[in-house]
Design a protein around this ligand. Structure first.
Ligand code: G2I
Length: 352
């Protein structure tokens, strides 16, 4: 049974105005195919859509992509972006090295361009990312004094979140803080080494104050397999935050997979985190060589978990990917839909 249709019963959440609009638009766009009236298995409230964002919206979810400001003027790129996606994440433009290159001096041009363009088209925006050991300017990683680093971190969080207050549905407040391998502990970084392990909590508390309307996410890679030490470390952190009332609303699973796609436990992992009382999101999906079955399994895992609120792929065409030569995305270099695209759309209950 298609999980999407199961959701149309007791688990269905109300659609927001934007999503309803996207759904209606999609319905209009597909009307000539007759799909809406010719599919008896589908409830009238959930016609099959033919684009990713519109179909995700049928279940109150989003389907997004990472975007690069420098590519928005490319017609093929922008055409796919606006046809298929209803959420965007700035691939690099909101990172520390792009926004606060020197202390207290902020640059928002490229990030503003992405945010304003998206909101003007009814697309939602994920914020990526506030506190991360990578793409961090040297002036931050060189701070050795806790008082200084604490005030710098708070100011960075507050300045970015205030600028986009009310415009960002979910923020990756802390990114990739856990170590790879078997320790299950936070990795070495200027934040952990100078502020101690409490820096994660401090960051989330500052974030809640700065934009109470945004969902606050912890985001990481290689936390999709339930039994992995890294997954368990993040799980303990979220469980502890929920138990102590530290603000956290979501966990982002980056989902950068090899050719085999997600581990067999991925859905279990999503469900177990959701059971702690947080939303879960797939935030940077890409899969080496993009096997259709691997995309099907990834998308299904999210669709089968009521609190999995959306999926973001990490780029549009293969040529836009950071994984050079691996062709991990849904569109080829010319912008044509791949088998993986049809798999993702179908797994949500849509029709290519
Ligand atoms: O590495 C893949 C992703 C892992 N999770 C966090 C994401 O933020 C990260 O994204 C990638 C971007 O897709 C790349 O585009 O982050 C990389 C940096 O860690 C980005 O690459 C950088 C290049 O390394 C720089 O040389 C370049 O100046 O992109 C920069 C801007 O184009």
């Amino acid at each position: 049974m298609n999980p999407h249709f199961r959701r149309t019963g007791r688990n269905r959440r109300p659609l927001s105005g934007v999503l309803v609009a996207a759904t209606l638009l999609a319905g209009g766009a597909t009307a000539t195919t007759g799909a809406a009236s010719a599919a008896p298995a589908i409830t009238p409230a959930a016609p099959k859509a033919s684009t990713l964002g519109a179909q995700a919206a049928q279940s109150g979810r989003y389907f997004g992509t990472a975007v690069a400001a420098g590519k928005l003027s490319n017609g093929v790129y922008a055409g796919i972006l606006d046809r298929e996606f209803n959420s965007v994440t700035a691939e690099n433009e909101m990172k520390w090295d792009a926004t606060e290159r020197s202390r207290g001096s902020f640059t928002f041009g490229p990030a503003d361009q992405i945010v304003n363009r998206a909101l003007g088209r009814g697309q939602r925006v994920r914020g990526h990312t506030l506190v991360w050991h990578s793409q961090l300017p040297g002036w931050v990683s060189g701070i050795g004094d806790a008082g200084t680093l604490r005030s710098v971190m708070r100011n960075h969080i507050t300045t970015l979140m205030s600028r986009y207050r009310g415009k960002i549905h979910s923020w990756d407040v802390v990114n990739e803080a856990f170590a790879d391998g078997g320790s299950g502990q936070l990795r070495s970084s200027v934040f952990r080494n100078v502020l101690g392990t409490g820096f994660v909590e401090e960051a989330f508390r500052a974030a809640r104050s700065a934009d109470p309307s945004a969902k606050l996410c912890y985001n990481d890679y290689s936390i999709e397999n339930w039994s992995d030490a890294k997954t368990q470390g993040v799980y303990r952190l979220v469980r502890d935050f929920k138990a102590r009332g530290v603000p956290i609303d979501c966990v982002g699973f980056q989902a950068h997979f090899g050719t085999g796609g997600p581990p067999g436990s991925f859905q279990t992992t999503l469900a177990n985190f959701a059971a702690l009382g947080v939303d879960v999101q797939i935030t940077e999906l890409d899969i080496a060589q993009a096997p259709a079955a691997a995309y099907t399994n990834s998308v299904r895992a999210c669709m089968n978990v009521a609190r999995c609120t959306g999926i973001t792929v990490w780029g549009i065409r293969d040529s836009d990917s950071w994984r050079v030569g691996q062709n991990p995305l849904l569109f080829d270099n010319n912008g044509n839909k791949k088998a993986a695209y049809r798999a993702a759309l179908t797994a949500m209950g849509g029709t290519p």
